[in-house]
Every structure is written in structure tokens, then in C-alpha cells.
Write a protein that binds this ligand. Structure first.
Ligand code: ZN
Length: 293
């Protein structure tokens, strides 16, 4: 657990995977050389030529407020287009309970974007139907993301298989749960919480900024998948839908984090899963948090 002002931040793990370095088209092993002492092991394995990729949610607990940021891959879901999430059985809800939270305690589910690994636990299978997992929560999602992914609105080039996360994890929420559809740039959406547009990886992706008592945490979703991108900010992942825009957004987030000293909490880093950005010559370096939330 990490504290930001009066808020507690916990990481709710679903699964930790190996991701081949083909994640980045520009990957070369020599990129590891400047950071080999801390990068090999916690984040990268030369033996298997793969990165550590965590799939998790971030939990914010305030005195009167419980917020979940993203909902990982989910259980029991058919995922022919994403086999790693196909018919999964994960300890996600047990891990949430271990942090002291039951699904009905969650007040808000903030969805940074609507990719398969960020919406899964929106719903769970009950008597053969997809029902909201967090019955008392307001689910918050971006208008741009909804427009882009809804198969009934064309879902711009998406196959039926690729639209399954929308069908079983977003549509039932629109039909059955409390929903707030946002622009993704709202200031003070909740006390101490702003949204910041971070388009590129997904067109309507938004960051969540938490500020209290002089502390700041920025939940940056998939602006970066691996800390090696801090050193190679022009690298976008193969999952990024608009790589040019993703690179531009990454540059602005790195500049902001280096200037403010805020804690960055990405959706997929290994190691301690979050950290800080420092200026380093013409570029930046990553300083992992000593505490893993
Ligand atoms: Zn992701």
C-alpha cells in the first residue's frame, strides 16, 4: 500500500504474464545495457527474451470513497482474439477481498479505456448471464471509447471476435448498471480526482490524477507498457492503435512527471509496478518506487 494524502492505493493483481519482446517493433537487446542492473530480473528475462507484464487494477481507498481503476481481464470469458484471457479463472476477487474490499463496497469503477485487459471484471457470469460485478458502483467510461468500440456503431474495422469484450463486459454495464459517460478531460470529477486525456494507445484513453495534501499520483493506463519506453519514448507497443499519437502522449506524460515528481502508476509494469521519472541528460530515467502497492 502507498499513501497519497489521505488516500490508500493498492494494486489488485489478476495475473503476471511473460510478454515476448516482439511487443516493440524496434526492440534490440542492446537497449537493456544502460539499465541492465535493475531491469533484468524484475522486468525482463534475456533467457526467454520476454518482459514481465502485470495485469491488475488500481484500488483507491479514501475515508468515504472506494474507487477501482480498470477491471483486468475477467473470468469465464470467451476470448478467441486474445487467448491469454480465454476462459480464465483468476484470483482477482480474492485479491480485492485481501485488500479489505468486497465488490459491493466499490463506489466508482473508472475505466481508462475499453481494451480486453481493462474491462473484464466489469461483469461476471451469473446463471448464464453477464451481470455487473460491482452492484453499487457508478461505472465511468469515455464517450470516444464507446463510439469507437460499439459493434452496433460499426466498431471501425473490428472483427466479431475482437468485439466480444464490448459485448460481454461493456454492453451489459450500459444496460444494467449506473454509468457516467465522460469526455475524459474532467477536472474534479470527484474530490481530488481529475481526468487527463492520453489518446494514442486507444483513442479515448484517459489518465486518472489523484492529488491530496501536496502528493500526486497519475494512473497512466497504457501510455507505457514497460519501463524501457522511458529510455526509448518513440517505441509504441503492437497494441497501440495510433502509434504516432501514442508517442506524442508519452512524451508529454514523461515531461509532466519529470517536472512535477508525481508517482506514475501504469497498468502493466512489473517490479514494484509504479515509480518516478527523472530528467537524465537529453532524456529521462525511471526510478522504481521502493514500495510496491
Ligand atoms: Zn492494457
Amino acid at each position: 500500500m502507498i499513501k497519497i494524502g489521505k488516500y490508500e492505493i493498492h494494486r489488485i493483481e489478476e495475473v503476471v504474464l511473460r510478454e515476448q519482446t516482439a511487443l516493440f517493433a524496434d526492440w534490440t537487446e542492446s537497449a537493456v545495457d544502460p539499465i541492465r542492473d535493475w531491469f533484468v530480473g524484475d522486468y525482463y528475462s534475456p533467457e526467454s527474451d520476454s518482459f514481465t507484464t502485470s495485469i491488475h487494477s488500481w484500488l483507491i481507498r479514501g475515508p468515504d470513497l472506494t474507487i477501482l481503476i480498470d477491471t483486468a481481464g475477467g473470468d469465464d470469458k470467451p476470448r478467441p482474439a486474445s487467448p491469454r484471457f480465454d476462459q480464465a479463472k483468476t484470483p482477482f476477487l480474492a485479491n480485492l477481498a485481501a485488500a479489505g474490499v468486497q465488490p459491493d463496497d466499490v463506489d466508482y469503477v473508472l475505466l481508462t479505456h475499453l481494451h480486453v485487459d481493462h474491462v473484464g471484471w466489469n461483469t461476471k457470469l451469473v446463471d448464464g448471464e453477464w451481470r455487473p460485478t460491482f452492484n453499487n458502483a457508478v461505472y465511468v467510461m469515455s464517450e470516444t471509447e464507446l463510439e469507437w468500440r460499439d459493434p452496433e456503431k460499426g466498431a471501425k474495422g473490428k472483427s466479431a471476435d475482437a468485439s466480444l469484450p464490448f459485448v460481454d463486459s461493456v454492453r451489459p454495464i450500459l444496460d444494467q448498471a449506473q454509468v457516467r459517460i465522460v469526455k475524459g478531460d474532467e477536472k474534479q470529477f470527484l474530490p481530488d480526482i481529475d481526468f487527463v486525456p492520453i489518446p494514442g494507445h486507444a483513442p479515448g484513453m484517459m489518465a486518472v490524477r489523484l492529488q491530496d495534501q501536496g502528493d500526486e499520483a497519475l494512473f497512466i493506463a497504457d501510455v507505457m507498457h514497460q519501463p524501457i519506453q522511458v529510455y526509448n519514448p518513440e517505441w509504441s507497443s503492437r497494441y497501440c492503435e495510433d502509434k504516432t499519437l501514442a508517442t506524442k502522449t508519452r512524451a508529454s506524460i514523461l515531461a509532466y512527471a519529470a517536472k512535477t515528481g508525481c508517482l506514475l502508476l501504469p497498468a502493466h509494469f512489473g517490479g514494484s509496478h509504479c515509480g518516478y521519472i527523472d530528467h537524465d541528460g537529453q532524456g529521462y530515467s525511471y526510478r522504481p518506487s521502493k514500495v510496491a502497492p
